[in-house]
Ligand binder design. Sequence first.
Ligand SMILES: Nc1ncnc2c1ncn2[C@@H]1O[C@H](COP(=O)(O)OP(=O)(O)OP(=O)(O)O)[C@@H](O)[C@H]1O
Length: 204
Amino acid sequence: MRGLRKSYRSRPVLRGVSLDLFPGQLVGVVGENGAGKSTLLRILTGDLAADSGVAECRGAVGSCPQGAVLHGAFTVEQHLRFFQAAYGLNSLDRAFELLEQLNCTGYRKQRVETLSGGTRQKLNLVLALMHDPQVLLLDEPYQGFDWDTYLRFWDLARTLCDRGCAVLVVSHLAYDASRLDTLYRLDAGVLHETGQSATGGWGS
Ligand SMILES: Nc1ncnc2c1ncn2[C@@H]1O[C@H](COP(=O)(O)OP(=O)(O)OP(=O)(O)O)[C@@H](O)[C@H]1O
């Protein structure tokens, strides 16, 4: 990203955001509600146009948006099949492996409208990961996760980085700054690199 600017009507949200994200890096962006984190991710995924600046992703992108892209009437497995077609995948082996890692295998035949919020979020994450993307963009990915799942999430994120994936996590909370390679704070439309805390806690 280079010099990204975005205003909604006359209200500036991003005022020149620049960031490099390399293969194998796990980077966090933290910021208050309304700071512009989702706006930034939506520009990166191509969902939203920036007013100026450049955003470029090389390689397959996996995106986990803040609002789950799920339909209540379909089962977990039907969602996987839909995304299998969209991604052009030969098999669902990786998707099933991810469900297993997130402790979700038992929900395969269940309709999404009957799932808990946390389980829906797990499915949302699996849909973003099942095609083994090289760039992973995650908006509040652990919202609604119980503690065990939260830890599994970070293990998974680190494993993906070890395989060469570039992972960007945005959140209004950064409890575990020490799990990240770099943590940025989005403040007044500009990214600031923050000091990392070896003990976790707020990234500031
Ligand atoms: N389509 C839109 N039209 C007008 N204003 C918008 C639009 N989308 C977002 N905004 C405003 O832009 C600002 C940034 O929103 P954004 O969703 O990017 O913030 P965020 O950092 O992701 O917030 P949160 O942590 O609450 O998810 C907010 O003030 C929001 O109200």
